[in-house]
Design a protein around this ligand. Structure first.
Ligand code: PMP
Length: 440
């Protein structure tokens, strides 16, 4: 009997024993093309020599030194490299072990910032429905996914949720794209006014929505309006790039491509590329300075922040990404992925929408294409599709609807940046075969 506590208690999972470029290999020798990088993690594939060597070298040199006592070379160098390539105004990096921790740090930093500058009444956080920001209690409270939150709701901090920018489901008939973007963004202003502008500390959003909706970018103009509203009311803008950041959309920081400037930005997944658990919360110089010249101490911390081996892996990943200009490669592969997905699913009666950026794509499944009717959640289409895809030798990331909006099952694709052009066709074919199995 296995003593591992699995996510799905009755799941019979294969045992992963190896990784080779874009492929994962199980104990029977079966190879799976990793078209979702797990959950948008393995951006460099599974056997990158440089990252493996950097980890070994760092373990030999120094495995751990607590950040209460020391800084370390890899943490310093990775912070320098990230800041040199960060969005305008972002000047400091706080390392953590993953995405949820990065979001927790961001929420607490926003709160402490307003305490330091003498506005203690600013304590409200606004987020969006159908978003995911992590599974710890604070991050889960920020996320707007009814299904994930349901059992824990009395324990969660109060966060108000506005609509996401989700054109496929929410743009009204006849409404222009610009009009829709404006209407969706204006919900933020309405919520700030409802709460009282002097009580709102921050708004958090994913620049491209990942796990809950399936690679949904905002329409043009949406984030420009969001930034304008945040500036008008002194509300900090936290952009959660845990999934869409680190080159995934064709830019090291997704917000650069989306044309929006954050006050705080979170990254993880692609930063360690799966080689080590590492994430980061980055903030503006203004926020840092307020704390430095105030209490001088960010009231936060975990034992493993700035871990030397984790940051050494992150440093090797970001160097590899920049020296090989992988974000440019992602931008070049974007139309190839789109073409193959449209070829396979563009006319499919049970595919309502195909959308994405870079190597971050979502395919939305529907029971009825014309009425955009999602599948009955009881049918468990996403779960069945995951199994069927694995049988085809494909790892993709099907997710059920969040049950708090009109979104239903979808599949997220986030293949390694090092994939070949032909792999886009392979992904689409295997996914199509798996979908046919499920629908049959
Ligand atoms: N934020 C976003 C946008 C995410 O997609 C995720 C993970 N899917 C998280 C936060 C949480 O990250 P982690 O699972 O590393 O805690």
């Amino acid at each position: 009997m296995s003593h591992v506590f699995p996510r799905h208690c009755h799941a019979q999972l294969p045992t992963a024993v190896g990784g080779d470029g874009c492929y994962l290999i199980d104990s029977t020798g079966k190879r799976y093309f990793d078209a979702s990088g797990g959950a948008a993690v393995s951006c460099l594939g599974h056997s990158n020599e440089r990252v493996r060597q950097a980890i070994k070298d760092q373990v030999d040199r120094l495995a751990f030194a607590h950040t209460g006592f020391f800084t370390s070379d890899p943490a310093e160098e990775l912070a320098d490299l990230l800041i040199a390539n960060a969005p305008e105004g972002i000047e400091r990096v706080y390392f953590v072990s993953g995405g949820s921790e990065a979001v927790e740090a961001a929420i607490k930093l926003a709160r402490q910032y307003y305490l330091e500058v003498g506005q203690p009444e600013r304590r409200h956080l606004i987020a969006r429905r159908q978003s995911y920001h992590g599974n710890t209690l604070g991050a889960l409270a920020a996320g707007g996914n009814a299904w994930r939150r349901a059992q824990f709701d009395p324990l969660l901090i109060g966060v108000s949720h506005i609509a996401p920018c989700y054109e496929y489901a929410e743009r009204a008939e006849g409404e222009s794209l610009a009009g829709y973007g404006r209407r969706a963004a204006d919900e933020l202003e309405a919520e700030i006014l409802r709460l009282g502008p002097e009580t709102v500390m921050a708004f958090i959003a994913e620049p491209v929505v990942g796990a809950t909706l399936g690679a949904v970018p905002a329409v043009e103009g949406y984030f420009a309006r969001i930034r304008e509203i945040c500036d008008k009311y002194g509300v900090l803008l936290i952009l959660d790039e845990v999934m869409c950041g680190m080159g995934r959309t064709g830019h090291l920081f997704a917000c650069t491509g989306e044309g929006v400037r954050p006050d705080i930005v979170t990254i993880a997944k692609g930063l360690g590329a799966g080689y080590q658990p590492v994430g980061a919360m980055l903030c503006s110089g203004a926020i840092y300075d307020a704390i430095a010249s105030g209490s001088g101490f960010f009231q936060h911390g975990h034992t493993y922040i700035g871990h030397p081996v984790a940051t050494a892996a992150g440093l090797a990943v970001v160097r590899e990404m920049l020296e090989r200009d992988l974000p440019a490669r992602v931008r070049a592969l974007e139309p190839v992925m789109e073409r193959e997905l449209r070829k396979a699913f563009g006319q499919h009666p049970n595919v309502g929408d195909i959308r994405g950026r870079g190597l971050f794509w979502g395919v939305e499944l529907v029971a009825d294409r014309d009425g955009k009717e999602p599948y009955d959640p009881a049918k468990g289409v996403a779960g069945k599709l995951k199994k069927a895809a694995m049988a085809q030798g494909l790892i993709c990331y099907p997710m059920p609807g969040t049950r708090d909006g009109r979104n239903g099952d979808h599949v997220l694709l986030a293949p390694p940046f090092v994939m070949a052009e032909e792999d886009a066709g392979l992904i689409a074919q295997r996914l199509a075969a798996a979908l046919e199995d499920v629908l049959r």
